[in-house]
Write a protein that binds this ligand. Structure first.
Ligand code: ACO
Length: 209
């Protein structure tokens, strides 16, 4: 009997920054891959405020995936965490390790941050088995189930988390600075009424501050 293990097919991606010239691609990809759409100003923020934790994945200069995260601070403590807002791979390119490479980029930035970031978190539709499996494989755990979190059919969500592992070669920790400019919203606990509304709320809070 052969002991050879079938090797998983992967593709190595390039990573490119989000800019005002390519941000429309993120909107298009979200339209194709997500059951919800965001307001235009959300995409503006992705490249203006969250660029350090956002990238497109490219194959031969074609955009095939994207990640966008933002740094947040817990409301009742000094703990920082990274919230994953968008992670997607264009359908034709799935199961090639592209989302994993996008997450590796995020882990690298965060594990070398100049101040302590405790964990990554995200919300995912409970019925989105591919994404739930993906995050479980990445080492995330379900911390709570949120009933009717999204204003869509099958709107129940899972709140998932993963602890940040700090790079042993990272520079010594200092006061929050490098990533802090990406903080725009304090962590809100409890039920949300849909991504669109969450972003509207963040924009209102930002305008008020
Ligand atoms: N079924 C089961 N396991 C899966 C699946 C699937 N459909 N997709 C990924 N996985 C798991 C597997 O363990 C896989 O490893 P393997 O292929 O060796 O078995 C591992 O995750 C790594 O998968 P990648 O190839 O890196 O993931 P991919 O590039 O295909 O992207 C993603 C996964 C982002 C979930 C993709 O399916 C997608 O874009 N879905 C639509 C958008 C979406 O739901 N995004 C997440 C929403 S939540 C949020 O953004 C916070």
């Amino acid at each position: 009997m052969s002991t050879e293990v079938a090797k998983r097919k992967t593709v190595s991606v390039g990573l490119s920054e989000l800019t005002q010239h390519n941000i429309e691609n993120l909107k298009k990809l979200v339209g194709l891959c997500f059951p919800i759409q965001y307001e235009d100003d959300f995409y503006e923020k992705c490249h203006l405020n969250y660029n350090e934790l956002s990238r497109f994945a490219t194959v031969k200069d074609i955009i095939v995936g994207a990640v966008s995260c933002r740094l947040e601070k817990e409301e009742d403590s000094d703990k920082f965490f990274v919230h994953i807002m968008i992670l997607l791979t264009y359908e034709k390119y799935r199961r090639l390790g592209i989302a994993h490479q996008l997450m590796q980029f995020v882990y690298k930035v965060v594990s070398n941050a100049s101040f302590p970031v405790e964990y990554y978190d995200l919300h995912v539709q409970k019925v989105n088995q591919s994404a739930v499996n993906f995050y479980l494989k990445e080492g995330f755990e379900v911390v709570e189930e949120l009933k009717d979190y999204y204003d869509i059919e099958n709107g129940d969500a899972l709140h998932m988390r993963k602890k940040v592992e700090r790079d042993p070669n990272a520079p010594p920790l200092a006061a929050p600075s490098a990533l802090q400019k990406t903080i725009t919203e304090k962590h809100k606990k409890g039920k949300a009424k849909g991504a669109k509304k969450i972003e509207q709320k963040a924009a209102e809070e930002e305008a008020a501050n």
